[in-house]
Design a protein around this ligand. Sequence first.
Ligand SMILES: [Zn+2]
Length: 310
Amino acid sequence: MKHLLGMVATWIAAPAFAAPLPFVLKQVGPGVYAAIDGPDHKAGSNVGFVIGDDGVLVIDAFFNVDAARALVGEIHRLTPKPIRFLVNTHYHADHTGGDQALRDAGAVIIAHKNVRGWVRTNNVNLFGDRITPELKARIQALPLPDLTTDKDLTVWLGARKVVVQTVLGHTGGDLAIAVPDAKVLFTGDMLWRKIAPNLIDGSVKEWMATDAALAAMPGAAHTTYVPGHGDVADQSDVKDFNAYLGDLRRLVSEGRNSGLRDEALAQFVAPKLKALHPDWTISDRAAAAEVRYMDQELAGTKRRPVPVRD
Ligand SMILES: [Zn+2]
């Protein structure tokens, strides 16, 4: 009996590595890793990191502090170099929710200047009627970025160059992170691979222009794209995502032109969109929201986050 209790105590106190990781770590270049959200979406989004000469730069921090702590553990397992920077691709809580774990690990938080004004406020809107008092409190306590920009920025990890680029379309405060020597681009939510994107803050018009440019950039055919959601991607996935946005816009436009609105518009668009993209995950809830936001954009009534003055 005593022995059994001892075993239980050991099991309860088991170190973190005994628990399965909520993400799958994939090496996408020399010293460049993507951490892809697991099948039950416990991490909430994808993140990544770059090991340079004198330190590590992390891209995004998942939705949960626990998942971000597990990421810090994996980084420490791979390298003794310090975690120096965290770049948030945008303010959404599924990418910033674990920021505190990276700050605790020593990272300076870099973000688009609009993230500072939105991360503790607009994230509440993101959850709509699914917000709870606990989640609201957690959002209102999220770390604010230390270093903000509305221009491209080069971060040097010793001799290793990381280019932080401003991009338009998803929120109005988005960054994509390029590692030129490894031909890797972390797109944040500018790219979703085979998963219906969240358009709540987006402009599909700007978004499609950005993705067309990302798919046509020099070296695109040999670039690895790490999306905000979905598995590691290539140039054809960027084109496929842009085609998805184009189909959504065309179908919503057709439905509007034949006088359909609201529920009827969603019922017209969703089955056609799913039929055109059979290998995509498109929940009914996501499809209805996409149609609603696309309808608003075409009607000129779409509300997007408003930049806050420093
Ligand atoms: Zn997002």
